[in-house]
Design a protein around this ligand. Structure first.
Ligand code: SF4
Ligand code: MG
Length: 283
């Protein structure tokens, strides 16, 4: 059985020392070993941004794809080979700006993959511009007088789009992050895990200390019921989206690939599909 070491490769990450993405990488490796995967049973597709490099730092199938497009590729992979555990990953700019159309539809489509967003509330790779997750008033080179726009709440967006698994965590809390990734990977359907992953170089506002002061962990609310969608939305709004933990899970809905006609019996990769143009026209 594979261990944590088996998910390590010899590529040295070129993230800045202290970047939150290191913990996300470690959590994915730990979670994959903990749920009993072998490296060849895991594929990681990433978008563009500092966090997009993650697919090269884990010993598994890796695809460093295109900006905002990790989700279409990850969904295609899963549909072609449903035996593969598939993780899509990227930053808040990648997933909630250019990739937002894909994010919303992947959530409501509910294919059985896990989407991990490294949310640092800024564009890091391009040296610090305001992202969809930056707070109102946030000053960067692109908004020197402070952002006029309000920050997007990925948690509210995911619930509104029909998500079946929504969680949020923090790079400093490796134990919780690992557990949530494990739960997300075991969930039948699309799981979104938004991770507060500080950019220590360009975001001097949303620092590790700032998150520690502002995060509200659901562990402090033991009576919280993650199966109650209305309660989840209320809690998210009451806490200004600063909640961490498992926020919502719907175990009753089946995942997309299990509902596709003809797909249940055999994944596309192993099907001998022969169709004439006449048959195709009649479809
Ligand atoms: Fe991480 Fe920011 Fe450095 Fe990019 S610029 S590697 S997000 S700390
Ligand atoms: Mg970012």
């Amino acid at each position: 059985m594979a261990t944590l070491k088996d998910f390590r490769n010899n590529v040295k990450p070129n993230w800045c020392p202290g970047c939150g993405d290191f913990s996300v990488q470690a959590a994915i490796q730990r979670a994959s070993a903990n749920i009993g995967l072998e490296p060849e049973q895991l594929a990681i597709v990433s978008g563009i941004g500092c966090s997009g490099r993650i697919s090269g730092y884990i010993n598994a199938y890796g695809f460093h794809s295109i900006h905002g497009r990790s989700l279409p590729i990850a969904q295609g992979l899963k549909m072609a080979n449903r035996d593969l555990a598939v993780i899509a990953s990227g930053g808040d700019g990648d997933g909630f700006a250019i990739g937002m159309g894909h994010t919303v539809h992947a959530i409501r489509r509910n294919i059985n993959i896990t989407y991990i967003v490294m949310d640092n509330q800024i564009y890091g790779l391009t040296k610090g511009q305001t992202s969809p997750r930056s707070a109102e008033g946030f000053k960067t080179k692109s908004t020197p007088q402070g952002s006029i726009e309000s920050a997007l709440s990925p948690l509210e967006m995911a619930l509104a789009a029909g998500a079946t698994f929504v969680a949020q965590s923090f790079s400093s809390n490796l134990k919780q992050l690992t557990t949530l990734i494990e739960e997300g990977m075991k969930h039948e359907g699309f799981s979104l895990i938004n991770v507060f992953s500080p950019c220590v170089t360009f975001n001097k506002i949303n620092t590790y200390d700032w998150f520690k002061e502002n995060i509200i962990d659901l562990e402090e609310t033991p009576e919280y019921d993650p199966s109650n969608r209305v309660a989840a939305m209320t809690k998210i709004m009451e806490t200004n989206s600063m909640l961490t933990g498992l926020i919502y899970q719907d175990k009753s809905r089946r995942s997309y690939e299990n509902l596709v006609h003809g797909f249940k019996e055999q994944p596309l990769a192993t099907q001998d599909i022969k169709i004439t143009s006449e048959e195709f026209d009649k479809l």
